[in-house]
Design a protein around this ligand. Structure first.
Ligand code: DHB
Ligand code: FE
Length: 314
């Protein structure tokens, strides 16, 4: 028999007190959200007849998650980042601001303040000997296809082992992270290396929960971008390289059809030659379209805790 207590006056009174409804001090919005959240947790415990053992293992799970710093990794794994994107897409649609290159999640591995280059940057430090050279280039335009000069293309991606500099202390500072200002034709270009997909730490909290769900913790090979230009909506997005086992099976749900690109392996390319690679190279081309807006708050990335953000950078 299921024991039902959540509807009782005792439990309802407890929830009101938990949320601080009986005192003036505090934040009304936080009180209401905590009240709703704890009511839902109590209800869940009742509906699933959660045992004390299960409950305490969940509490210790959260403690571990904090210790190993994986909360921002678990969030996308549970579809939360994707859900926020769905909401922002719907908000844009309602405000008449839909269009342009689609957004997709930022992920937890951005580092602010990467070196800024004009038009072209070499992104890798040359030490990854197994890596294959990649040339990535394209245009930043407005929705009418008019090139945007001086747009900032902030690119970051993993190395050939799927690891990101700063978080992987074996890599040099800002390896595979650059900001590139588009030239007068709206063009950006970078020489780098082909990234590998990312896998959640196998012994971490995120993978532990994914295991219980029968899910893997892999992401396909991808490249992250922030694109910004005055008078235009800030864009947070990624491109996925086609043909990866996980292109359409990303644990973080970031793949969108419009963001999947063919990487072209060529024996020789004029662009490669120009940037010091005379032999085989993989070329990736992707153009970005920004939506115009005069709203300043939409022209900047939203605030969240990011590595080195707000630190003094030269
Ligand atoms: C996540 C996103 C990434 O881009 C990445 O490289 C690793 C993890 C994430 O959303 O959890
Ligand atoms: Fe990533």
């Amino acid at each position: 028999m299921t024991i039902q207590t959540t509807h009782t006056a005792e439990v309802q009174e407890l929830l009101n007190k938990v949320a601080g409804f009986h005192v003036e001090a505090g934040n009304e919005r936080v009180k209401k959200i905590v009240h709703r959240f704890m009511s839902d947790v109590f209800q869940l415990i009742e509906d699933f007849d959660v045992t004390p053992e299960e409950f305490w293992s969940a509490v210790y799970y959260v403690g571990e998650l904090g210790k190993n710093g994986e909360a921002s990794l678990l969030a996308p794994g549970l579809g939360m980042d994707k859900y926020l994107d769905i909401r922002m897409d719907a908000q844009d649609e309602a405000a008449g601001l839909a269009g342009g290159t689609p957004r997709t999640i930022e992920g937890p591995l951005y580092v602010a303040g990467a070196p800024l280059a004009d038009g072209f940057a070499r992104m890798d430090d040359g030490t990854d000997e197994t890596a294959e050279p990649m040339l990535i280039k394209g245009l930043v335009t407005d929705e009418d296809g008019k090139p945007l000069a001086n747009a900032i293309v902030d690119i970051w991606h993993a190395d050939s082992k799927g690891n990101y500099s700063y978080f992987d202390k074996s890599q040099s500072d800002f390896n595979l992270r650059r900001r590139i200002k588009t030239d007068e034709h709206g063009r950006y270009a970078a020489r780098s290396i082909i990234p590998s997909g990312y896998g959640c730490p196998p012994e971490g909290s995120t993978q532990a929960l994914l295991n219980q769900l029968g899910r893997h913790g892999q992401r396909p090979a991808h490249i992250h971008f922030f694109i910004s230009a005055p008078g235009h909506k800030h864009l947070t997005t990624q491109i996925n390289l086609a043909g990866d086992e996980f292109t359409y099976d990303d644990f973080a749900f970031a793949t969108r059809d419009e963001l999947v690109v063919e990487a072209r392996a060529v024996e020789h390319s004029a662009d490669g030659e120009k940037h010091g690679v005379s032999g085989p190279i993989t070329e990736v081309e992707f153009n970005f379209q920004l939506v115009s807006t005069d709203k300043a708050e939409l022209q900047a990335r939203h605030e969240r805790k990011r590595a080195l953000e707000n630190a003094a950078v030269a």
